[in-house]
Design a protein around this ligand. Sequence first.
Ligand code: PMP
Length: 400
Amino acid sequence: MFERLAVAPPDPVFGLLEDFRADKRTHKVNLTVGVYQDEAGQTPVMQCVAEAERKLAEQRASKAYLPIDGAASYNRFLARLLLGEQHSAVAAGRTVTLHTPGGTGALRIASDLIVRAQGKRRILMSDPTWANHPQIFTAAGLEPLPWRYLNAAGTNVDVESLLETMEQTRPGDAILLHTICHNPTGCDWNREQWRTVLGEVQRRELIPIFDFAYQGFGRSIDADAEIVREFCAGANEALICSSFSKNLGLYAERVGSLTVVSRPGAALPPIVSQCKSIVRTMYSTPPAHGGRIVELVLTEPALRESWLAELATMRERIDQMRTRLVAELAERVGRDEFSFVAGQRGMFSYSGLSADQARQLRDDHAVYIVDSGRINVAGLNEKNIDQVANAIAAVAPARV
Ligand code: PMP
């Protein structure tokens, strides 16, 4: 049987990470997978997490299964973190939150839920988007409908292209929206553009899935959530997928959440029970450790304060490295070539480099970026920035 099995394509991001690990060159630089690195190139355990783990070790909580949808307390705190302390949708009992294994788990449950509710429908998603998005939604049976995210020059967002593509949708189709720090481009809509898009989402009765993988990486935990909070305060349905991989550095613990916001008056038991039935057949119950860390950090004032300070430090370091990269490239290839990168936000920058140029960076300069031209800015530091800027200048001497 297995002799007939074809080799599946490697994951575009994790596949490259394997190549990076196998590379023997000592000066190699990894700017691929979206993992934060500090100035020393390390991905440390955050202090608030280490402290929470110390407390958890003392508590020795039972290893008995969590409920299928996770601990009720975790889910309550999550709804507040995402939607704010006193959101009208939460107060009105219009929300259901589940503890999920990371943002990926939440996205997959969201897709299955849509298929159960609507049948196999289309899902609008930006092109480019995180490489795993189309795979997750396709696996669930939804059909991706891409729209061109950036303008022809690749320097800024193009909302018109989305509005045109929306013409092809029917009520009940879904739309995937990166709430903040668009992956891979780092280009976000401004408030006016968001309102235009969400107005159309409402008018066309599309179901928005807000992928909120980078809460706190844009401006702050609350500022990054404003647009979602505003949308959910209206009488709208929405799904929110969140993750603590980045903002608490809990990548390996697999901890995130799915929040379903229903219309006023809609019954919650069908939503809750369908979500649980999806989870039960997929992984049964969520892993406990990451969720317990999150709960402690969110509820103990000293830990929460330490978290927000550490998060601000990460955000500021990334912003500084992005500014540095733009300045270094301006010196080498001219002021205008990469100036658009300065307006991007979050862990990633979209360089505009082609797949060919990305390959040259890898082969000739030991600098690893993904083929879409996405650079993990959090992988830059004082030691490697010259090498990276020289390498980019070598493969992109003129307009890219
Ligand atoms: N959405 C986006 C846009 C992401 O970049 C990521 C992580 N790279 C995820 C979701 C999923 O994150 P995780 O499953 O690690 O929580």
